[in-house]
Design a protein around this ligand. Structure first.
Ligand code: NAD
Length: 423
């Protein structure tokens, strides 16, 4: 994935641009507007020097790519990962534009992050780094301009620090950032929203295809925010989760893993374990073995390029649900398609997170908190509308789910952009 040999040949932007071009080929968009849809509105790179507690000096790079704001303020996560760079930022920002449009949210798309490994920094160092990044982004972030959220390596604490640093300039504006702690204006449901959405689209897809989810097995790569909650909700829906992994490796049990116990051991316990340290009634497997295991449904929920031209033909599942962003390369998509594997694309499958973020923003703007029941029900109805739109287009046009999702999303953004003029 992002750090192995495939990364050197994988160009995420080339991948997203090829999906965009295919969708544009089915739409009637003016050439100037096509060009605007293909290129980011703004790319920002900042230098982030950090004095560490041992006295040494590190210099990191911070990024924010704003792709399109035709439908509303830029919206997208921040990634704290060594593999973060401008190229990946451009591809991920573009995806956010289509994701928010497909979900019918009044937002555009952006993405950013810092090329650091958060786990190598102390809490104090990380706070300094995030606050410096926010100060460098002064004038870029804003509740009606660009609203960050958590992504890989990032969570509620980082969002609280952004809120704090931003408020030094602009006063109390909780709606500048989503994914905040609940006691600071965050919303119920945000942590589990993406996994909840993944489980829902998997259930709806199973229903459409006449698949009995209670007889289905699932493998999930990545046991972070997204993978953990997807595993938990799918287990509740009756599926048997037979394999999960993190960057250290995976565990497998043909009768099903105990997801609650794995979550407690890797996440909730003070002594957090990595998956390769887990002991118990399960077999240890590699990430490559997880991708090719005998599960009916495969959910790559870690990083980009997990399923690529080298390993796509080993996938045995007949449904891939993209929990991560761009986990399947375009070359792999062709191989999976030829082998009869259906893919629910990232811009639909993992949209539950940004939908929930939108409701957090709405609550902050209203100055009122909603109940958890209301938040989850609003996420489900927004996601179900997007899923039904895509599924109907798939049937009507006889095209794959990704292309159908892109056609709907790109059409919405192009219409908004053409109406506004942008001259
Ligand atoms: P996270 O940092 O919470 O978890 C990432 C997980 O992936 C960890 O378990 C990590 O160990 C694992 N991982 C990293 N490298 C790996 C490798 N080489 N092989 C196997 N596992 C590996 O991140 P997250 O928030 O769960 O995000 C995961 C993916 O989902 C990303 O692509 C992100 O862009 C996407 N996503 C996240 C959200 C969200 O709400 N957090 C929303 C939409 C999409």
């Amino acid at each position: 994935m992002s750090k192995n040999k495939d990364k050197t040949t994988f160009n995420p932007l080339e991948c997203t641009q090829s999906y965009l071009s295919e969708a544009l080929g089915r739409l009637d968009v003016e050439p100037m507007h096509e060009m605007l849809l293909k290129t980011p509105y703004r790319e920002v790179t900042v230098e982030l020097p950090l004095r560490k507690s041992d006295g040494s000096l590190c210099v990191f790079q911070g990024y924010r790519v704003q792709h399109n704001q035709a439908r509303g303020p830029f919206k997208g996560g921040l990634r704290l990962h060594k593999g973060m760079d401008l190229g990946l930022g451009k591809a991920l920002a573009e995806i956010m534009t289509w994701k928010t449009a497909l979900a019918g949210l009044p937002f555009g798309g952006a993405k950013g992050g810092i090329n650091c490994n958060a786990r190598e920094l102390s809490k104090l160092e990380l706070e300094q780094l995030i606050k410096k990044f926010t100060r460098r982004m002064n004038g870029i972030f804003g509740y009606d301009r660009d609203i960050p959220a958590p992504d890989v390596g990032c969570g509620a604490s980082e969002m609280a620090w952004i809120y704090d640093a931003h408020s030094q300039y602009y006063g109390h504006q909780p709606d500048v950032v989503t994914g905040k702690p609940i006691h600071l204006g965050g919303t119920e449901g945000r942590v589990e929203a993406t996994g909840f959405g993944i489980a829902k689209v998997t259930q709806w897809m199973a229903e459409r295809r006449g698949i009995d989810l209670e007889k289905s097995t699932v493998a999930i790569q990545g046991f972070g925010n997204v993978g953990r909650s997807a595993a938990s909700y799918l287990e509740q829906a009756g599926a048997t989760v037979i394999a999960v992994s993190d960057s250290s490796g995976g565990v497998y049990s043909e009768n099903g893993l105990d997801i609650d116990s794995l979550i407690r051991k890797t996440f909730e316990n003070k002594k957090k374990q990595i998956i390769s340290d887990i002991k118990g009634d399960c077999e240890h497997i590699s990430n490559a073995e997880l991708l090719s295991c005998n599960a009916d449904i495969l959910i790559p929920a870690a990083l980009d390029c997990a399923i690529n031209e080298d390993n796509a033909s080993t996938v045995k599942a007949n449904l891939v649900v993209e929990g991560a962003n761009i986990p399947v390369t375009c070359e792999a998509e062709k191989i999976l398609g030829d082998n009869g594997v259906a893919i629910i694309p990232d811009i639909l499958a993992n949209a539950g997170g940004v939908i929930c973020s939108y409701f957090e923003w709405v609550q902050n703007r209203e100055g009122r908190m909603w109940s958890r029941e209301r938040v989850m029900s609003e996420i489900e109805s927004a996601l179900s509308a997007a899923f039904n739109n895509v599924a109907e287009t798939v049937e009507k046009e006889d095209i794959p789910y990704r292309l159908a999702a892109y056609v709907i999303a790109v059409d919405r953004v192009a219409k908004a952009q053409q109406s506004r003029g942008f001259l």
